[in-house]
Ligand binder design. Structure first.
Ligand code: D61
Ligand code: MG
Length: 551
């Protein structure tokens, strides 16, 4: 039963329990046409949640919860490591406050964020009842919420195959990434991994947290694998064998040249592209794409990952992980880790720009690959990560923060990409906008240069212009909504009204039940708004005078 789409989770199959809100059962999953009804539904759902959560802390977190969508870093999501319960709660709270602040300064993000939040919850609820499939989908959500979200919207048999493909390779990668395994133990496991997927008895304990659970209970994955169609099994086996052999090769070898870099990225991500193309073809929904452009789809994602994760990888304990090729970084510093020291900031940013320029060479192949896709669900599955990648490259270019902390796209923008990406013209629009953003960062970097030492200046410009040209030549740019961020936030009246309705209900509820907590809540709101020239005065204007004085 998947003839129509739910107003909140339009990309997912409808089920009779699409909404968990009984009082709104009549509206759930019916085709409500206008966006205002959709909005009403969202507000009612939020209000309902507010009124049904019993304690103060849940109430505060709920409002913030609505705006913090579990997107995580897009391409990979390492587990968080809370030190103590107290510090976890604090950082959790700060994160939520950060999210609320972000949404208040980008109000257009609100609807996509709410929609994404609901879709993520709905997807998590749709775990199959059969134990091994239940395990696989639960693990998929735990180890990669972002890929889980795009995988979940594929049609059933292809979705199962891609889910198992993901988990098999994630398990293989867990072996590769575990630096505590001795090389002589690790290499044979990587080489033989493609055999273990046929063996329900096999398991090998390594990794931490959710990755450890995946490894310890790998028999569920092999049981599910054995239920897939033969053509899916063959594609997964072939890629697992080639990736395992490639990973084993690089356990004993450093990434020296740009050729090594391309080769390593081919093993760990390009092969995923090749495998996915085979799975799409085996499903009967797509023609078989060429290996070259399938490979580029993976390389573009993996290189973006490697660039963004410089600091995390270099600081890895007990041993740094180094994927930036010596041939590039040695033009700027003597040791790769020198890039993170403040005194080398200028060189570090030049090296970073060099790496981004290298990654950009795959963008055109990616556009070609995506433009040949026919199935809408497969298209979205492929396009969303690619747009996130070019957006991340735009954020990283000429940005010294890559060497100081985590640089990632804000949640609201991620939600907007997911919400908006439906057709190839959306992809051209997004690639165009992010390439223009890159181009303006490039122009600024050229102006800043004192010694004209950007070895790649010409190449960067040429690559960006080629991408911009391809997008322009598609002839579809005119009607798009731009991703380019406005400097000043725009508040429209609907959003202000929504915020007031939610606030008013929260305040009414809190003041009737727990006046003390109410004051605490208002203080938190005030603290949150401090420093934001936002609508604080308007908000206070609408609050009862007695409450304002408690600030
Ligand atoms: C279309 C849609 C998705 C695509 C695609 C085409 C082509 C390639 C890819 C996804 C793969 C992109 C990988 C980028 C993220 N890199 C990693 O996760 C690194 O590990 C690579 C080896 C395991 C690959 C697992 C994988 C990932 C995404 C998939 C998939 C399998 C199967 C189906 C769909 C998507 C990275 O991992 C962790 C870390 O950074 O700590 C690493 O170890 O370098
Ligand atoms: Mg790895």
């Amino acid at each position: 039963m998947r003839s129509q789409s739910c107003p909140l989770c339009s990309n997912f199959a409808l089920s009779s329990n699409c909404s968990s809100i009984p009082s709104l059962a009549w509206i759930k999953c019916t085709q409500v046409g206008t966006s205002s009804v959709r909005l009403m539904f969202l507000i009612s759902a939020s209000v309902h949640k507010v009124l049904t959560r019993p304690c103060m802390s849940s109430l505060i977190f709920l409002a913030l919860d609505l705006v913090s969508v579990p997107t995580g870093p897009w391409l990979t999501e390492p587990c968080q490591k809370p030190t103590t319960r107290h510090s976890f709660i604090n950082s959790h709270y700060q994160k939520k406050m950060g999210s609320l602040r972000a949404i208040l300064s980008n109000p257009d993000d609100l609807y996509p964020l709410l929609k994404l939040k609901m879709a993520a919850r709905h997807a998590e609820k749709q775990i199959p009842p059969v134990p091994h499939w239940g395990f696989c989908y639960t693990m998929l959500h735990r180890v990669s919420r972002s890929f889980a979200l795009v995988i979940q919207q594929l049609d059933t048999d292809l979705r199962d195959a891609v889910c198992i493909f993901y988990l098999v390779l994630r398990a293989l990668d867990t072996v590769e990434d575990d630096t505590s395994i001795a090389t002589e133990v690790k290499v044979p496991i990587l080489m033989d991994f493609y055999r273990y997927i046929y063996d329900r008895e096999w398991h090998f304990s390594c990794g931490t947290k959710d990755y450890k659970v995946l490894m310890d209970e790998f028999h569920h994955v092999s049981t599910a694998f054995l239920e897939l169609g033969r053509s899916y099994q063959e594609a997964i086996e072939d890629i697992t064998m080639r990736m395992g052999a490639g990973m084993a090769k690089f356990i004993c070898k450093e990434v020296e040249t740009v050729g090594d870099y391309d080769e390593y990225c081919h093993y760990v991500a390009g092969l995923v592209g090749l495998g996915l193309s085979k799975l799409f073809h085996a499903s009967g929904k797509e023609d078989l794409a060429s290996d070259a452009i399938s490979n580029s789809m993976g390389l573009f994602l993996q290189k973006t990952n490697i660039i963004r994760d410089y600091l995390e990888d270099i600081n890895e304990i007990p041993k740094s992980r180094m994927f930036w090729p010596r041939q590039i970084w040695s033009k700027y510093v003597n040791k790769l880790e020198d890039l993170k020291y403040e005194e080398n900031s200028v060189k570090a940013v030049q090296c970073l720009n060099d790496m981004v320029t290298n990654a950009l060479m795959h963008a055109e192949d990616c556009l070609k690959y995506m433009s040949a896709l026919r199935d809408p669900a497969i298209f979205r599955f492929c396009a969303i990560p690619q747009i996130m990648a070019i957006g991340t490259l735009a954020l990283c270019y000429n940005n010294v923060q890559v060497f100081r902390g985590v640089v990632k796209m804000r949640r609201g923008l991620t939600a907007r990409v997911i919400h908006r990406t439906k057709t190839m013209s959306d992809v051209y629009g997004a690639f165009y906008d992010f390439s223009r953003m890159l181009k303006s960062r490039y122009d600024a970097s050229i102006v800043d240069q004192v010694d004209g030492t950007d070895h790649k200046a010409r190449e960067t410009k040429d690559r960006l212009e080629a991408i911009l040209r391809t997008c322009r030549d598609s002839g579809t740019l005119n009607e798009r909504k731009s991703y380019i961020i406005r400097t000043k936030p725009k508040y429209n009246s609907t959003l202000i009204v929504i915020i007031f309705i939610i606030l008013a209900i929260l305040i009414a509820y809190l003041s009737s039940t727990r006046p003390y907590n109410m004051c605490k809540f208002l203080k938190k709101i005030k603290k949150l708004l401090n420093g934001n020239d936002f609508i604080l005065s308007d908000t206070l204007f609408f609050l009862p005078a007695g409450l304002v004085s408690t600030f």
